[in-house]
Design a binder for this molecule. Sequence first.
Ligand SMILES: [Zn+2]
Length: 413
Amino acid sequence: MAKGGYCVYCGKPIVKKSREHIIQNALGGLYESGDICCDECNHCVISKKIDAPFTKTFNPIISQIENFVKTNHKNSQPPCTGKAIYENHVYDVVIKNGKVVACPEISKKLKCDISKLNLEILAYDFPIENNSFKNGISKIAFNFALEKGIDFSLLSKGVEIQKNGEKVENILFKFPVMPFVALNPMDEYIELKTKMELYHNLILFSQRNMLWCYVDLFNTFQYYVLLSDEWDARESVLETYLQLLQKMDRTMPELYIRKPKHILTYAMFFQVEPCMDLQEFEKRVEVAIQKESLKKNMSDVISAKLGYDYFNIDKIKGLEKEDARSYLKNEMGFHLNSLLLYFDENDRLKDSTFRQVTCMGEDNHIVSYPLLIDKLARDGAIDICRYTYRKYGRINAFLAGIDKIRLKEDIKN
Ligand SMILES: [Zn+2]
């Protein structure tokens, strides 16, 4: 918690409340707090020195999302870089408003106007290996912790406030930040094999003497931030936040009500009280649709991803009996254990384990997720880039509309 009514950065009383977004406004963050910092620190330091350089990284994504929660001003989109294909060669290019506007290599070779050529965009670059990226991710974790009541004194070690006299000139976040990598079949399934869905997700949790925040932006950029290693192990904290990023279709559907039981079905679907007065019932549904929030329960969203294809039994089809048996024992054991670790008997995601722990080894014992990733990364035993690139591949396909094409074909068939 910020010291009741005082700015965490300059320490002055907050006279004019400043709406500070937990996840940056430009990224579609809808979650605000008025108690973290003063108007001056927010506008002169946080917005300019942390948020602006950080959110620039995501321009390629934001400009391409259909029905993004914040209005896109297509004309004002700054250019970004990426890869495009031309006559079977891949080139580094500059992209603006979804079109290739420059390609130094082709220009040099062909000496012609790039816009006349038919270059197809393959992927956008996400420049994340820099300090402003780390600062931006850390700020989200820091804000979320403060908003959820964590005392500033516990977090202050990770915040360097550079002052010139009384005035705050710059803020640097020094919390250790580490990329997430899926280390069990359930996380691989959720992250890489289910339909891409755009959301931001935060999980604040304590583990022994450590306080972590898992930050997932656009369901693509996934990190752990270590907020403190002096957490009181007798206390425990668990807070989650999940928010969708595309505007909802709020048009009222035509209700097919011919029998009383149809009312019950719709009532359950829209989560409204059923009533036999049709006009009144339609009104309730309409209100529910208008009110439906982009902020969701994390368990609802992740649970909906679990499908029958999680267990891939096709794999054992061509195997010898002994091989099939050992595959079932080893692989399926791992599959089953990670299912049981994250989902309850009703196939609902358990908030208390998701992204906090994973299982490993022959006995499938449970270990801290961030600490295991840290150890494996230090030992050179995991390839973090491989997972990250697969996540980029998914969002690039999503932005290129490959998901949409597939969906249209599904409907046709
Ligand atoms: Zn201030």
